[in-house]
Design a protein around this ligand. Structure first.
Ligand code: ADP
Ligand code: MG
Length: 407
């Protein structure tokens, strides 16, 4: 028994290279985008502090926006260092940090700046941040990822505050620079036109990947993650063709890499020395596009939002209808909280969660027609319930473990 576990065949030499957090050494087919970023931000190195620079990255899911910003941040930081410049890179995901207060405190936290935040307003925190980096001669490039979400939840004034920060202090050195990332530009139209034009000054578009491009991305991952001769080029081409935009797929590199991971796991599970087409087919049936679409967002949900999604899944399953009433879901949510021995959140908070989940496209919400008891909110989910529940359960476990460890 022990022997069979220890000697089990594995095709992976480094599975980590297939996980979403992994940052590859180079980015096939995003060289032009990195070059465009370099053009926009070059005066950060050549005449630091003269201007606050901004770029906006736009494109659908899994087209490499996040990873491109991170790789560029890493590269420019090192280039600056060679010039004796202290440039820091900060990456904020606005699904997790949703308010101006949260964004600024997260910037301060990632920079490791010892400013006591308790009781400060966002403006006071910003002033403290600016004076600290002035005193220590630090420059910062801040990426605000999923920025459309921030626009939506934090609103025009918060965006105005961040984007037009230096309008108020024209004479100081401009030490904060921004990369904004969004799925599309519709959210921007809710901003006042001047703020919008500030953000749109330098726009870089990310197109969905073609099958040929995905092939190169997958080959790189294969070589990093798998032992030699365990995954043939035919297998890689098969996956690339199933996801390429030119072959009817979504052009999403995240799904393509996940299929490769799951195919490897299927091979391992069956004790196969190589990954076969059969394993890829199996992987393709479990990576449902609707789940891949929300898998990034799920990672950033708070514990109670996850519990609420779980409650919705269970209610939908029990009722067998496409929509259920929010009251029923809340009841199930309180029951689940009881099971986990967690204090449930109040009704008003639940409403806020529902709004957040709706804006992240994890759930659908609509108003019912006028019934006996007036209107109510109806909720539903598009993604397959079983697979989604499995993800949600994993994340709930993770959140509970970290919470208990920090207590
Ligand atoms: P987005 O932010 O546009 O949704 P990501 O940057 O998260 O997309 O990319 C999705 C996944 O695909 C990540 O694992 C990322 O590392 C990988 N990826 C995307 N583009 C490339 C590329 N050009 N080369 C290598 N890996 C890539
Ligand atoms: Mg992203």
């Amino acid at each position: 028994m022990l022997e069979s576990v220890i000697k089990r065949v594995t095709v992976f030499k480094n599975k980590d290279a297939l996980y979403p957090e992994f940052i590859p050494p180079t980015l096939p087919h995003r060289g032009i985008h990195i070059k465009q970023l370099a053009e926009i931000f070059k005066s950060l190195i050549t005449s630091p502090g003269s201007m606050s620079l901004r770029a906006m990255l736009v494109g659908g899911i899994g087209v490499g926006k996040t990873v491109t910003a991170r790789v560029f941040g890493y590269e420019i930081k090192h280039l600056a260092k060679e010039q004796g410049l202290d440039l820091r890179y900060v990456h904020i995901n606005c699904h997790r940090d949703r308010t101006l207060y949260e964004v600024i405190s997260e910037v301060i936290r990632q920079l490791g700046i010892p400013i006591p935040l308790r009781g400060l307003s966002p403006r006071e925190m910003m002033i403290a941040l600016l004076s600290y980096i002035e005193k220590h001669n630090i420059y910062v490039l801040i990426t605000l990822d999923e920025f459309d979400y921030f626009i939506h939840t934090a609103g025009n004034d918060a965006v105005y505050f961040l984007v037009r920060l230096y309008d108020e202090y024209p004479d100081v050195k401009k030490r904060l620079n921004f990369i904004f990332i969004a799925r599309d530009l519709t959210a921007l139209s809710t901003l006042d036109p001047t703020t919008e034009s500030y953000i749109l000054k330098h726009l870089i578009k990310f197109e969905p990947y073609r099958s040929k491009e995905l092939y190169d991305i997958l080959i790189q991952r294969r070589d990093l993650a798998f032992y030699e001769n365990t995954v043939s080029e035919d297998i890689i081409k098969f996956i690339a063709d199933s996801e390429g935009i030119d072959k009817g797929g979504e052009g999403n590199a995240r799904s393509a890499i996940e299929v490769l991971l799951l195919a490897g796991e299927a091979a391992e599970h069956e004790g196969s020395h190589i990954v076969l087409l059969e394993h890829v087919r199996k992987a393709l049936t479990v990576t449902h596009p609707d789940i891949v679409k929300v898998s990034d967002e799920l990672n950033f949900l708070q514990l109670h939002e996850l519990l609420l999604v779980k409650a919705l899944i269970r209610t939908l399953r029990a009722k067998g209808t496409s929509f259920v009433r929010i009251g029923e879901v809340e009841e199930e949510y309180r029951y689940i909280c009881q099971l986990y021995n967690i204090k449930p959140r109040k009704h008003t908070q639940i409403y806020e969660y529902v709004n957040n989940l709706k804006h992240m496209n994890i759930i659908n919400a609509k108003l019912s027609g006028k019934g006996l008891r007036g209107r109510t909110t109806l909720l539903s989910i598009v993604a397959p319930l079983d697979a989604l529940e499995k993800r949600v359960d994993e994340l709930i476990d993770k959140r509970l473990t970290t919470e208990r460890n920090t207590l």
